[in-house]
Design a protein around this ligand. Structure first.
Ligand code: CP
Length: 311
């Protein structure tokens, strides 16, 4: 397969072959991570800049690790200690850093479209590490990687994504990725947290109103973080009510007829959207998702940088 894209801004529009190519490349890097010395010289001489305008643990750490495992020079940028604090805008910041010669920019920003905005204005390749409520493509890829590893093949598999769909970039990347690989995606959550235009924007996505009924027929359940910071907006009655209707408990999971794969992008609110025993239980692949994050980010950086894989 010939890779044609200069950047990774979202999973929307990526073909089954392109997604499979990234995941197969990530499988090779996943093996590298198990080696006593988990490094390859694939991106030696390249410089990757990680720009995080929003907080992150998993994504920022794993992009830094991915770059280092590929032998690239990785430069970190933090909004709080940069000239952004003095009012420098996004484009000036990126152009300033680009003039020092970087090959790739990884960016997380609160504005949807921020990664695209930058990609259209600089020569380095750009990876979207989450732009507002738009997309989080490498999260979608690590979700696909983890589900595929557990289930073998996603054709005909059912997935339900539960919680705050409206504000979720994880949902948007997952829906494009899982659908392209042949899975049937549905959503479940408080009606106030499911966008009104969902059926128009994603006619192939079903809306489930009863979580227990949805669990009975699914192969994968992805619990989204309840964004507690939005609670004051009155989007759901109370945490107690939310927990009663949408928390993934051991009791709920026991009633499901299949061996359901449990996913969560993190960070989790234990005891709100997921019971601790389920998060840490045998159905959970949550920590495997985190580990897969390093491998898929290695694959993405490697493919976009056009590196040579020496094994
Ligand atoms: N899943 C995810 O994006 O987590 P972080 O915010 O910690 O990067």
């Amino acid at each position: 397969m010939t890779w044609k894209h200069e950047n990774l801004l979202g999973l929307e529009g990526l073909t089954r072959d392109e997604l499979t190519f990234i995941l197969d490349t990530a499988e090779r890097f996943h093996e590298v991570l198990d080696r006593p010395i988990p490094f390859v010289p694939a991106l030696r001489g390249k410089t990757i800049l990680n720009m995080f305008y929003e907080p992150s643990t998993r994504t920022s750490m794993s992009f830094a690790m991915a770059g280092k495992r590929l032998s690239a020079d990785v430069v970190g940028f933090s909004k709080s200690t940069s000239a952004v604090k003095k009012g420098e805008n996004l484009l000036d910041t990126v152009r300033t850093i680009e003039s020092m010669r970087v090959d790739g920019v990884v960016i997380r920003h609160s504005c949807p479209g921020a990664a695209k905005f930058i990609a259209e204005r600089i020569d380095a390749f750009v990876v979207n590490a989450g732009d507002g409520a738009h997309e989080h493509p490498t999260q979608g890829l690590l979700d696909l990687f983890s589900a595929r590893k557990r289930l073998g093949n996603l054709d005909g598999k059912r997935m339900v994504i539960v919680g705050d769909i409206t504000h979720s970039r994880v949902f948007r990347s997952a829906v494009f990725g899982f659908t392209a690989l042949g899975a049937k995606v549905s959503v479940c959550g408080p009606p106030t947290l499911i966008p009104r235009e969902l059926k128009t924007a994603y006619p192939f996505v079903d809306i489930e109103t009863d979580f227990d009924a949805a669990l009975e027929k699914t192969d994968i359940v992805m619990m989204l973080r309840m964004q507690l910071e939005r609670q004051h907006k009155g989007l759901f009655p109370s945490i107690r009510e939310y927990r009663k209707l949408y928390c993934l408990t051991a009791e709920r999971l026991k009633k499901a007829s299949r061996d359901v794969v449990v996913m969560h992008p993190g960070p989790m609110n234990r005891g709100v959207e997921i019971e601790p025993g389920v998060a840490d239980g045998p159905n959970s692949v949550i920590l495997k998702q985190v580990r897969a994050g390093v491998a898929v980010r290695m694959a993405v950086l490697y493919i976009l940088a056009g590196g040579e894989l020496e094994r």
